[in-house]
Design a protein around this ligand. Structure first.
Ligand code: ZN
Length: 152
């Protein structure tokens, strides 16, 4: 079979377009609204990687035993035993439940931070730092608006 250069370029361009469109579909599918009752602020944090005002979360005062779930999809993320008062103004945890989150490097604001998002629905939850108080050494700094607490 003989390909003209023009035909080859056209074919290549088409393949790239197909690849790109598939990639876009994958991206869109990895983050979607499951809870139709999310507020504007919740959506901004979850889908645009926003941050709630420090010391604004009701969950800072939460001391009961139970589990913290994703406010979008209900995925179980943290046990109350991992929660501690970091003094930062955001609900903080020393460890997440296994497989609860996926991470990526976030270079915004001239910093290099590790962003984490729900492994099930893909929405942003917060950043994880290496200055935690326990053996894990981790501090999961989570937006309270992304969490739903379910007491035991
Ligand atoms: Zn989720």
């Amino acid at each position: 079979m003989k390909f003209s250069k023009r035909k080859f370029t056209k074919l290549l361009g088409f393949s790239v377009l197909v690849l790109l469109s598939q990639f876009k579909i994958i991206l869109a599918a990895s983050k979607k609204i499951i809870n139709p009752n999310l507020s504007k602020e919740q959506k901004n944090i979850m889908f645009n990687e926003g941050t709630e005002r420090p010391f604004s979360s009701e969950l800072l005062k939460e001391k009961r035993k139970g589990f913290y779930h994703c406010a979008n999809c209900g995925n179980k993320l943290f046990a109350s035993t991992a929660k501690y008062n970091s003094g930062t103004g955001w609900p903080s945890f020393t460890e997440a439940l296994p497989g609860a989150f996926k991470t990526k490097i976030d270079y915004s604001f001239g910093m290099q931070r590790v962003e984490y998002h729900c492994a099930k629905c893909g929405v942003h939850h917060g950043h994880v730092f290496n200055d935690g108080p326990k053996e894990s050494g981790k501090r999961f700094c989570n937006n309270g608006l992304c969490l739903i607490f379910k007491p035991d």
